[in-house]
Design a protein around this ligand. Structure first.
Ligand code: GTP
Ligand code: MG
Length: 203
């Protein structure tokens, strides 16, 4: 009998309106819409990247649709997090500190993989520089330059690179045996389908 492959939980986190849903939709379906519908709670979609199954969780940025307080059950068992800010909105960048604190106290993972994404780079009014983003990521979780992206869900600039980087970092951890298999306990194995089912969560 072959052992089923685990599913790795990847979560997209950040303020409301920064483009979390748009980034995932762009990556999974190659689509973008300029209309805004706030995410309520969280949901996941699975995607197979290079033989690895990722459950990619989209979360609510609006606190009233999210779980409040220092811990967030949606973050539990996360293997990798994609922190997103709007590159034209300084307050969404400042909020990352709060999201990171909540994430680190909730994920339960000893050393989660983290990448940082400044979205909406197609808009000329950029307020956050690459240096600011790099400094933040480097000081907070010793990120490398390759773990920081500026992308656009609208124009599809650098979107697949973000998710491919996450898969690459996870693969490196597996190869280095740093993984604890129990990290997959909060996920659902949806088999070999590459992009499939959405499951609504109810927080
Ligand atoms: N110009 C531009 N607009 C974008 C981009 N990504 C998202 N948007 C727009 O920004 C708005 C918010 O995008 P969402 O993806 O819904 O944001 P979100 O982070 O999921 O928001 P919540 O679900 O409330 O947390 C929508 O009107 C999108 O069309 C981008 O790369 N460029
Ligand atoms: Mg959303």
């Amino acid at each position: 009998m072959t052992t089923p492959k685990p599913v790795y939980k990847v979560i997209v986190i950040g303020d409301n309106g920064v483009g979390k849903t748009s980034l995932r939709t762009r990556f999974l379906y190659g689509k973008f819409t300029s209309s805004y519908r706030a995410t309520i709670g969280a949901d996941f979609l699975t995607k197979n990247i290079n033989g690895m199954t990722l459950s990619i969780w989209d979360t609510a940025g609006q606190e009233r649709f999210n779980s409040l307080g220092s811990s967030n059950p949606i973050f539990r068992g996360t293997d990798a997090a994609i922190f997103v800010f709007d590159s034209t909105n300084a307050s969404s960048f400042a909020s990352l500190e709060k999201w990171l604190t909540q994430f680190l106290s909730s994920s339960g993972s000893p050393s989660p993989t983290i990448v940082l994404v400044g979205n909406k780079i197609d808009i000329p009014e950029r307020t956050i520089t690459s240096k600011q983003a790099q400094n933040f990521a480097q000081s907070k979780w010793k990120a490398k330059a390759e773990d920081v992206f500026f992308c656009s869900a609208k124009t599809d600039h650098q979107v697949k690179e973000v998710f491919n980087r996450v898969a690459y970092l996870l693969q490196n951890k597996i190869d280095g045996n740093q993984f604890q298999m129990e990290t997959a306990t909060d996920t659902v194995n949806l088999g070999r389908r590459s992009t499939s089912l959405t499951s609504k969560c109810c927080f």
